[in-house]
Design a protein. Structure first.
Length: 286
């Protein structure tokens, strides 16, 4: 998560009660995706002993899970929100995680040496970046040759619900406009492969995991949605409009044929190993 100076997730602007509600939502979201993400991390190559970086670590729920897998290796969780990192410290302590360090770091100014990490992870992070190309170039620099970069993110066109309340359609348009105005990109999922390619990654693979209400239940799906909550302090009219959209949308739980689904983009890539140039063969004259 980034603050309003570096991206489109302004958590630090929320009031106390709004922060509490948003943290509860983020915890539900982390718990929901936990098993899926752990499976994908291991498939990508995450293992014990690695040095890992969790970008936009937020409240640290995901960082703690990465730390469990890498132990006795180390994980550094970074975020640009002091309030988020304070919560992450509480979560780390409550879970008894000893191999996780938390730091206030800007992704555009990563203060780590070149070729430092074995594994770098970014979860629902790129959608909030004002300059993803600068960010991914920095990520590439601090990743070791042969190291792995793993991204999970969204694309708004991959969310659908039926029947769709008109109030939800209008709310989605308002949220998208606000996020874009603050430098974010709710359609980043489709662009990630291109970003990886431009940065120089190899073995790039994109998967889209489709999450549906027929498998998990409509209420579970709706509980993952923010309804624009990160922007309520900045736009009070949005909060009022969102309440109406939320009421209309949750009323679908009682509609027998209501359905919802969304796709999560999962992109992995490796930093190529250095190409060894053989010593020139000296040819002796006859």
């Amino acid at each position: 998560m980034m603050n309003n100076t570096t991206g489109s997730y302004p958590f630090d602007t929320l009031r106390k009660e709004q922060r509490h509600q948003e943290l509860n939502r983020l915890e539900r979201k982390a718990a929901f995706f936990s098993e899926l993400e752990k499976e994908k991390w291991v498939q990508a190559g995450l293992k014990s002993g690695m040095k890992a970086l969790d970008l936009g670590c937020g409240a640290g729920f995901t960082s703690c899970e990465i730390a469990k897998i890498t132990y006795p290796g180390t994980v550094i969780g970074v975020d640009f929100s002091e309030a988020m990192l304070e919560k992450a410290m509480e979560v780390k302590k409550s879970k008894g995680i000893t191999n996780l360090n938390l730091e206030l770091v800007n992704v555009y100014q990563l203060n780590f040496p070149d070729n430092y990490f074995d594994f770098i992870h970014a979860r629902f992070f790129f959608q909030h970046l004002t300059n993803p190309i600068v960010a991914i170039n920095n990520i590439y620099r601090v990743l070791k040759p042969g190291g792995i970069f793993c991204v999970f993110d969204v694309d708004n066109d991959w969310f659908t619900i039926y029947p769709k309340p008109e109030s939800l359609t209008k709310l989605a348009q308002k949220i998208s406009a606000i996020q874009q105005a603050q430098g974010g990109d709710g359609y980043v999922g489709r662009k990630l492969w291109s970003y990886f390619k431009k940065a120089g990654f190899s073995k790039i693979e994109t998967q889209v995991e489709v999450i549906t209400s027929d498998k998990f239940g409509l209420k579970t799906i709706l509980n993952l949605l923010s309804f624009g909550s990160p922007y309520y302090s900045q736009y009070q009219d949005l909060a009022i409009f969102a309440e109406r959209a939320k009421k209309d949308t949750y009323s679908l739980i009682d509609v027998a044929d209501a359905w919802a689904g969304f796709g999560i983009f999962m992109v992995t890539g490796c930093k190529p190993n250095a190409v060894l140039i053989p010593n020139p063969v000296k040819i002796e004259p006859f």
